[in-house]
Ligand binder design. Structure first.
Ligand code: NAP
Length: 259
């Protein structure tokens, strides 16, 4: 299926590895020119080279912290009028809400709610003028299935969901869609480090913890980041202009509800 987005431009935030990288790669395979971003420069450069070599697309790395005004300005300078925006950032740490102070909340809300909103604000009017825009926010299954130890994530990301619910209805008539992808457990460095911590806090090996955690999922496995990347590219397809304001769980069936 030709997604009809060859020649378009995309900003994919937080994408030197993991889910963001997978989105950048899938878009680049469709012929989209991508700006990728992370704080660390070395891995970002290597990722840019890898995706460029594999896809032939233009891949521009911009090393900066996307949660800061300076970082956002740097990324937007590299791609002022993107057709596609994929919002992503690091996730907040787990913990007990009694231990979090105002600063912890502000950090989480800045990364996982305000930053995506600022990036949307900076790009959505250009998309409206172009009569094409696709905005995909990578959030978490925690917006649908609150995870008690991830209170910062549950709260901040659900705030973003509330904002985009209203925005998506305002931009739909301009062929600008706003949707969210809600990952369950995908095998990225983030997931691997949480498995490592779980193994250290138990008398099980990493492989035993990994197998037990994978077995908890109806699919019996973790998601492959490439699956989420391809879903992101599909959501950005020309054919998807009638789909907006939606939250797509990708969790191997972990959410137990009928809808
Ligand atoms: P990951 O493998 O650790 O990759 C995170 C990427 O984001 C890296 O490229 C990192 O590079 C970049 N990054 C982090 N903070 C940044 C910032 N402030 N500015 C720019 N780039 C930044 O993580 P992941 O598993 O792909 O997770 C991506 C998002 O999905 C996170 O918010 C996570 O909470 C959420 N999520 C993941 C899963 C999962 O199972 N993997 C499930 C639910 C939700 P630098 O460190 O160099 O900046």
């Amino acid at each position: 299926m030709d997604l009809g987005i060859g020649g378009k431009t995309a900003i994919v935030c937080a994408s030197s590895k993991g889910l963001g990288k997978a989105c950048a790669r899938s878009l680049a395979r469709e012929g989209v020119d991508v700006v990728i971003n992370s704080r660390g420069a070395d891995l970002l450069e290597a990722t840019a080279r890898e995706i460029r070599k594999e896809t032939g697309a233009s891949v521009t790395p911009v090393a900066c912290d996307i949660t800061t005004a300076e970082g956002q300005a740097k990324v937007l300078a590299a791609c002022p009028r993107p057709d596609i925006l994929v919002n992503n950032a690091g996730g907040p740490p787990p913990g007990d809400f009694r231990d979090w102070d105002r600063g912890d909340w502000i950090e989480a809300v800045t990364a996982n709610m305000i930053t995506p909103i600022e990036m949307i604000k900076a790009t959505v009017d250009g998309m409206i003028a172009a009569k094409f825009g696709r905005i995909v926010n990578i959030t978490s299954m925690s917006t649908k299935i609150p995870i008690p130890v991830l209170g910062l994530s549950n709260g901040a990301r659900t705030g973003l969901a509330g904002f985009v619910a209203g925005l998506a209805r305002q931009t739909a008539k301009h062929n600008v869609t706003v949707n969210c992808l809600l990952p369950g457990p995908f095998e990225t460095d983030r997931l691997r480090s949480s498995l490592e911590i779980a193994a250290q806090n138990s008398d099980l090996s990493y492989e035993e913890v990994r197998a037990a955690r994978a077995a908890e999922n109806p699919s019996g496995r973790f998601g492959d980041p490439a699956e989420l990347g391809d879903a992101c590219a599909f959501l950005c397809g020309a054919q998807m202009g009638f789909v907006t304001g939606q939250h797509f769980l990708m969790d191997g069936g972990f959410y137990p509800g009928t809808f």
